[in-house]
Structures are given as structure tokens and as C-alpha cells.
Design a protein around this ligand. Structure first.
Ligand code: TGC
Ligand code: FAD
Length: 395
């Protein structure tokens, strides 16, 4: 269904192809009819509704931009719109799809050999094999180049030792793309491994006590002398460029997705403000409320145009620069978080209840602000592009 005219003030719909609109509308219907009625319960219980996985697969969501292997071969614009609708439901639903598609299928597709692609991609597109992505470690988050996880070659396998932290889908994944340092002829290089569920010494443990992304599973992964067959090494990339290339793709998706959470908050707050009366008139009639709604809509229109342009650049075959991605992720997540907070205020006390969506989106967006490169990391990526000076660490 097209966005309500009030939300799509700039008629962004007219800039989309009929195919892009069709897949967006299919996903929107699924979210409205099948996901929104159950998300509150899952957020409250800290569970992910795994029964939606086959439905997401049927819509062609997993690995949507990849060609072959049962994937839909959609445009980056279409993929972004899909993620926008999923996050209008909840960041947890969108995270599941982002990790499966951009962070697990994409590296296998880009850096895997034919045997690995045939072994994993068709099952992942069908939602029968679930993936996760292990880059962050307890002591190395923004600075993944310092990672401690090591893989040592011994005959026809590697011995993997180390740990990964905050890994989305970790406890339900059949395969983990794990980035580890390998002795590479005297020097060390970061390489990717396909670590499969059940390999002795590989443990995934759910992280409890989250106030954010509660309708999503997040795990700590531990590897103790895990024998990973050499055929599970991704042969196509060495160095931090490998995981960071996957993140370019995922961050672009997040830029769209954050606008989905913002739209949910804006539309909910508008509706609520029209029905809620104080001082004998709808609170939407107060100038201060109207200013809040005007600010929200203005940032949504700007953010959606920014994300659309970024995906169009990618679809045109031009090389998308990391700083272009950073600008969009940085802006859109920040404004979405502000929109969620302001929407929460419009609901008054009801705004702190999980009966209404803003507090859930607000809490989720705190994670989105931090993952896939923190807001500050994206500031420094932009700062380096603008000035030519690297402000990340000691130099
Ligand atoms: P630096 O020296 O700048 O670069 C090292 C090598 O990487 C290349 N490179 C990139 N390649 C592709 N895309 C990019 N965006 C790239 N940025 C850098 C670079 O050319 C170089 O290649 P080479 O061949 O010359 O060696 O690296 P650095 O160590 O200074 O770090 C740079 C920094 C801080 C920007 C980077 O490490 C970073 O982005 N840190 C943030 C970490 C992060 O985003 N982690 C995310 C984990 S996954 C996650 O959060 C999933 S959330 C779940 C969900 O999505 O729902
Ligand atoms: P730190 O790097 O310790 O940063 C702490 C603070 O210091 C931040 O504000 C940061 O911006 C700031 N900071 C750090 N360096 C600098 C600097 N040079 N200059 C200025 N400020 C700086 N990771 C995965 O690999 N896979 C996943 O699937 C995954 N899923 C996640 C799901 C959730 C719900 C969450 C919350 C995180 C997930 N992550 C995942 C981890 C995420 O990518 C990291 O949390 C993130 O990269 C930041 O790392 P950190 O938490 O260690 O923070």
C-alpha cells in the first residue's frame, strides 16, 4: 500500500519503479497483518518469532540483491524499501534480514568459491539455513582490526580460538561468518571462516538483560580449539576490507530501515494527537504539537530522499564511497532516534507503555545508533574524507 499522502508529502512514490513499489507493498502488508499484531509479545518476552522466517523467504527477502542461487536479483532501491517496511515493524525483524542477507549471504557470494555458494546460498535464500556474522569482540568493537580471535592452519583444517560478542542471530544460526587473524607467511591477515553449528568447541550463548532489540536474539560466541575444515575458509578476500565491504551493504540498508521506524513513530503520534484531547481540544491542535509533527515529517522526507539517492548510485553501477554510506547511516539513524523520542513525548504517559510503538522503536534505535559503526565512527569516517586526516587513533 502506498504511504499515506501526508507522510509521502514529496511524492517519493513517483520516483520508484512499479517493481520496487510492488515488493515494498507486499512486505508492508505482511508487516501490518502478520507481524505488528505479535511484535509486542515478542519484545516483552525477549523472543524472535521464528515462524516468520519461511514467509520472509517466500517474499524473496533473503539475499534479495544477489543473482542466482534462488535469490531474487532485486535492485538496491527495492532492498532498501523492503528493510524500511521491516523496521516499520521492528528493528529486530529488519536485523534478522540484514544479517542473513548483507552480512552472511553477501560475503559467501562475494568471497566464497563455487562449492561454498552451492552449499549455503540456496538454503539461505529459502530461509532453511540461518546465518550470523562475527566481527565484534568483547574488547574490540569500533576497532575490529585489533581482534584477538586466531585461526592456525594444521593440515586440512584450521584451529580456531577466540570469542565474538553481540552477535545477532548467534544462537539460532546454522552457519557463522567468523573473521579471524591468520598467519599469512609471517604477517597476519584477517580472513573469513564458515563455522557451522555443532562443530566441537563452538558455543553460542544468548545475551540476557537487553533493553533494546528484545524481539531479536543476540549472542556471545566462543571458539575453543574448533577444527574448521580448510574448505570452509572464504578464499576471496584478505584484510579488514572483507568485513567492511559487507558492512557497506548492510549500512546502506540501515539508512532506509531507520526511516521505517521513524514513519511508524510519526504516523502513530499523528493519529494519537488527533484523538487525544486536553483542554477540550485535540492535542494536535496545539502549536507545540504541530511543531513536533512538522519537524518529524521534514526529517523523514529528507532522510528518505538521501537513502533513495544512495541506493540509486549503487544501482547505477557507480562505486559507492564509504563516506557516502556513512553520511546516510549517520543522519538517518540520528534523526530516527530523535523522532522516536519526540513521538514518545506526544503520547504522554502512554508513551512509556509497550502498548504503543514509540518506546519500543526508541529503545531499538539506541542499538542501531551503535551497531554497524557507531555514530561517532561514521563522524570520523566523514571527517577523514573531508580533511584527509585520520582522527581514529594514535598515529
Ligand atoms: P583502515 O586502515 O581505514 O582500512 C583497513 C582496510 O579496509 C579498507 N576499508 C574498506 N573497505 C571496504 N569498505 C569500507 N567501508 C572500508 N573502509 C576501509 C581499507 O581500504 C583498508 O584496505 P587495505 O586493502 O588497504 O588494507 O581501517 P581501520 O582499522 O583504521 O578502521 C577503520 C574503521 C574504524 C572505519 C572501521 O574499522 C570501522 O568501520 N569500525 C566500525 C566497526 C563496525 O562497524 N562493526 C560492525 C559489526 S557488525 C554489526 O554491527 C551488525 S549489527 C546487526 C544488524 O545489522 O542488524
Ligand atoms: P566501543 O567501540 O567500545 O565504543 C564505545 C564508545 O566509544 C562509542 O560511543 C564509540 O563511538 C566511542 N569510540 C570508540 N572509538 C572512538 C574514536 N576513535 N573516537 C571517538 N569515539 C570513539 N557485531 C557483530 O560483529 N555482529 C553482529 O551481528 C552484531 N549485532 C549487534 C546487535 C546489537 C543489538 C548490538 C547492540 C550490537 C551488535 N554488534 C554486532 C556489535 C556492534 O557492531 C558494536 O557494538 C559496535 O561496533 C561498537 O562497538 P562497542 O560496543 O565495543 O563500543
Amino acid at each position: 500500500m502506498p504511504r499515506a499522502a501526508v507522510t509521502d508529502l514529496y511524492r517519493i512514490d513517483d520516483l520508484l519503479s512499479p517493481e520496487d513499489r510492488a515488493i515494498r507493498d507486499t512486505v508492508a502488508r505482511f508487516v501490518d497483518q502478520e507481524y505488528l499484531p505479535i511484535v509486542g509479545k515478542h519484545f516483552r518476552n525477549h523472543t524472535f518469532p521464528s515462524h516468520v522466517i519461511p514467509k520472509l523467504a517466500d517474499m524473496g527477502i533473503f539475499g534479495a540483491t544477489l543473482k542466482g542461487y534462488g535469490c531474487a536479483g532485486l535492485s538496491n532501491v527495492a532492498y532498501g524499501l523492503i528493510l524500511q517496511e521491516l523496521e516499520r515493524g521492528d528493528s529486530g525483524l529488519r536485523s534478522f534480514a540484514s544479517v542473513q542477507s548483507s552480512l552472511c549471504m553477501f560475503p559467501i557470494y562475494s568471497f566464497g568459491n563455487d562449492e561454498q555458494k552451492e552449499r549455503f546460498l540456496p538454503g539461505m535464500a529459502a530461509g532453511k539455513i540461518i546465518g550470523c556474522f562475527g566481527l565484534t569482540e568483547p574488547d574490540y568493537g569500533s576497532d575490529p582490526g585489533g581482534m584477538l580471535t586466531r585461526a592456525v592452519k594444521q593440515g586440512d583444517h584450521y584451529v580456531l580460538n577466540g570469542s565474538k560478542m553481540w552477535i545477532t542471530n548467534g544462537t539460532i544460526a546454522d552457519v557463522a561468518v567468523v573473521w579471524a587473524k591468520v598467519d599469512d607467511g609471517g604477517a597476519e591477515s584477517i580472513q573469513g571462516f564458515l563455522v557451522e553449528k555443532g562443530m566441537p568447541g563452538f558455543i553460542a550463548k544468548e545475551i540476557e538483560g537487553k533493553f533494546s532489540l528484545r524481539a531479536s536474539f543476540t549472542a556471545e560466541l566462543a571458539f575453543q580449539d574448533v577444527k574448521v575444515p580448510a574448505k570452509n575458509l572464504l578464499p576471496g578476500v584478505k584484510g579488514l576490507r572483507g568485513p567492511l565491504s559487507c558492512l557497506n551493504k548492510a549500512r546502506m540498508g540501515i539508512a532506509f530501515a531507520a526511516m521505517g521506524a521513524a514513519v511508524a513513530c510519526f504516523e502513530g503520534a499523528r493519529e494519537y494527537s488527533l484523538s487525544r484531547k486536553q483542554f477540550n481540544k485535540p492535542i494536535a491542535g496545539f502549536q507545540l504539537t504541530q511543531e513536533k509533527l512538522a519537524d518529524m515529517l521534514q526529517e523523514i522526507v529528507k532522510g528518505q530522499l538521501l537513502a533513495l539517492r544512495l541506493a540509486q548510485l549503487a544501482d547505477s553501477g557507480q562505486k559507492v564511497l564509504p563516506e557516502q554510506v556513512s553520511l546516510c547511516k549517520r543522519n538517518n539513524v540520528k534523526v530516527a532516534l530523535e523522532i522516536a523520542r519526540v513521538a514518545r513525548s506526544i503520547y504522554g504517559a502512554n508513551g512509556i507503555s509497550d502498548e504503543y510503538p514509540p518506546i519500543r522503536h526508541m529503545l531499538n534505535l539506541e542499538s542501531v545508533f551503535t551497531y554497524e559503526g557507531t555514530h561517532e565512527v561514521h563522524t570520523l569516517i566523514l571527517g577523514k574524507a573531508i580533511t584527509g586526516i585520520d582522527a581514529f587513533g594514535a598515529s
